[in-house]
Design a binder for this molecule. Sequence first.
Ligand code: URA
Length: 188
Amino acid sequence: MFSSWKELEESCFSCQKCSLSETRKNLVFGVGNKEAKIMFVGEGPGEQEDLKGEPFVGKSGQLLDQYLELIDLSRKTNIYIANIVKCRPPGNRDPKEEEAQMCISHLRNQVYLIRPKIIVCLGRVAAQRLISPDFRVTKQHGEFYEKNSVYMMGTFHPSALLRNPGNKPDALSDFQKLREKIRELDLL
Ligand code: URA
C-alpha cells in the first residue's frame, strides 16, 4: 500500500499487469477531491473516458453529474470518482475477473488514502466487487451496508439508466437517501 498519491499514481500509470494496458489510450485514474468524504465507484472507462483520461465524461457521465447536482455534490468540489478497472475494456465489455483482480489494489489504495465515509457503487460490477458478490441492483439499490465504519450503497449504473429510463425514479430516490445519509453523518 502506498502512503502517497505520487507513488500510487506512478505505479498505476506505469501498470502493465493485464492486457487492458496494451489497448488503452489513457489510463483513467480518478477525479475529484482527494479529501472527499464521499466516493463513487464505477465499472471501467468507456470510449470517451479512454480518450480524455477522466471517469464518466461521456453521456452516462452527464447524467451522473445531473443527479449529483440535485443533491449538491460535484466532482469539482466534494466527491471523488474512480472505477474498478482503470483501463478501458475493449468494446465496453465488462471487465474480466482477472482484470478486476489485478486492478483492485489501485482502488483499495485510493480508498486508503481518501478514507471516505460513504462509498456509492455505480452498477452491478462495482457493487458485487465492493459490497457483496451476490449483490442485486434491482433488489438492493439504495440500501446502506456498513463495512469497517464505511457506509456502502449500490445504485443503478448511469449507462443502465440511459438504456432503461424506467429506473430513473428509483435512482433519484437512491440519491435522496444518499443526501439523507450525508446529513445524518454531518459530512458536508
Ligand atoms: N462507465 C463507468 O463505469 N465508468 C466510467 O468512467 C465511464 C463509464
